[in-house]
Design a protein around this ligand. Structure first.
Ligand code: HEC
Length: 217
């Protein structure tokens, strides 16, 4: 650890010295320096791998827009949505809904994707971190909209019916890959990024859409 900090310190000092004696470092040089510091500061462990240091094209475009404050060109946003939409597959057995009780447990669980999570251990959805869902759970984040009464508000009486098909398919798609409907969505791409399994997504679907789920009472 100390060696890492010493190396980072040396790298920063070199850059600053260079900046003082000659001209200011270019933005490309600073980017390279940041990359070097990041690469030395992190190591792959458990479920946290170093591929996170190299964002995919969609994350890169959205982060750039965030940092510069310049909104994405609508054509670029549409292209992001289109290529994410193309990743969405219907359920392999044609059934969209699982068991809402298991869905509630998945929504509650924040496990997964950190260096203390072992390879192959089961992840949670961490939904309450950003959404209100059941009324019983008083601790929730508000980055995303409230999902209380999600199915009821949308008039889902029978999730298998033709009338409910559009909302069932949209919800499935949103959970598979949130960028399909909102280019720079802050919601994790649960299916696309392999955070949740297909079975887990079905359970969460039931939590949101099953009329028997307490959130739709
Ligand atoms: C890091 C925060 C975050 C997490 C975790 C998260 N979401 Fe979201 N979610 C959002 C945001 C922000 C939106 C609204 C913007 C958007 O649509 O992308 C959203 C939108 C949604 C929508 C669409 C709502 C509508 O009315 O169209 C659904 C459904 C949803 N989330 C379900 C879930 C479920 C289920 C989970 C857990 C498996 C989850 N979210 C986890 C942030 C999150």
């Amino acid at each position: 650890m100390n060696r890492t900090y010493a190396l980072i310190g040396a790298a920063v000092a070199t850059a600053l010295l260079t900046a003082c004696t000659t001209s200011m470092p270019t933005s490309a040089e600073l980017d390279k320096l940041t990359q070097d510091i990041m690469a030395r500061s992190f190591r792959a462990e458990g479920q946290a791998k170093l591929d996170r240091l190299s964002p995919d094209e969609d994350n890169r475009l959205c982060a750039e827009s965030d940092q510069t404050g310049v909104a994405l060109d609508p054509k670029v946003a549409q292209a992001i949505e289109a290529r994410n939409l193309a990743t969405i597959q219907p359920p392999t057995d044609g059934k969209f809904l699982g068991d809402w009780k298991q869905g509630e447990a998945i929504a509650q669980s924040g496990a997964g994707k950190t260096w203390t999570d072992k390879e192959g251990s089961v992840n949670g959805g961490n939904c309450y971190n950003c959404h209100q869902i059941s009324k019983e759970e008083l601790s929730y984040g508000t980055l995303g909209p409230s999902l209380y009464n999600y199915g009821k508000i949308r008039g889902v009486v029978n999730p298998g019916s033709a009338e409910s098909k559009p909302i069932v398919e949209y919800t499935w798609g949103k959970l598979q890959n949130a960028r399909a409907y909102n280019a720079c969505s802050n919601m994790p791409r649960f299916g696309h990024k392999g955070i949740l399994t297909e079975a887990q997504i079905k359970h969460v679907m039931a939590l949101l859409l099953d009329p028997a789920s307490p959130i739709n009472k």
